[in-house]
Design a binder for this molecule. Sequence first.
Ligand code: ATR
Length: 274
Amino acid sequence: AQRFAVFGHPIAHSLSPEIHAAFAKQLGIRLEYTTVDAAPGEFDAAVRRFFADGGMGANITLPHKQAALALASEVSEAAQRTGVANTLTRLPGGGIAAHNTDAGGFVRDITERHGFDLRGHDALLLGAGGAAKAVAWALMDAGVQTLTIINRTPERADEIADAIGEPARCHTRYWDGLDGECFDLIVNATSIGVTGGDFDLPMSIVQDHSTAYDLCYGAAAAGFKGWALAAGVRPDWFRDGLGMLVEQAADAFERWHGQRPDTDPVYRELRQRY
Ligand code: ATR
């Protein structure tokens, strides 16, 4: 069987092996997909060893997404723009190609599974790390009317807006500078739900029909969900990142196997547990 793996630190709770195994079963493909726990200092060597030993593809999660981009010999536009990679693929000549499937996974989940047409809507993005960068580009490409980015460290939000370079559509605010504004979509791409902290935002930014989306899922999404529901987001209009996780995995799977899995049954199965 062809060999695949997900690299992270920690990695024990990753759902990627289960998701890829389910896709493979669905399409009758034989594969081996393992987890590799690599501390930051060991990441490069571990990835190179994996590919030298015949590995075909690797998913990369925290904290290695930047290092994954750095070791690649070929970089896709999606990875270039975000500065991080979550998918590495062995090249025929022996090199490694880096790609980022987060943006595509996010857009497919929110537009197709959630039925939210991003075009013409005003979006607010919380955070300015690697995940936020992918989502910022994705929202712009998908045709939002405006994108407002806020971050605890405002310079990082400015960097994303500058890179996008469409000041009429995409701009930044200070975290405490949202009074009087409201949004159709509010996306949490901070790690506040993991590190612990409050979503100190005015509830007036939520409208009747606002959708709130957390890139995290499970317990890590509880804090933002609590804020969103208290601010008036309808329960059905809150989304966590489980769908995005499955969609970005499907993108990697298609890249590696040339076949697109049906994500719905896999998503529904996971949804019962998370
Ligand atoms: P990722 O790759 O998951 O995006 P990251 O690059 O570490 O991870 O980004 C984490 C994001 O969460 C950043 O936007 C960070 O804000 P800073 O740029 O100011 O560090 C944000 N974040 C993390 N903890 C936070 C907290 N307690 N309050 C506000 N923002 C927080």
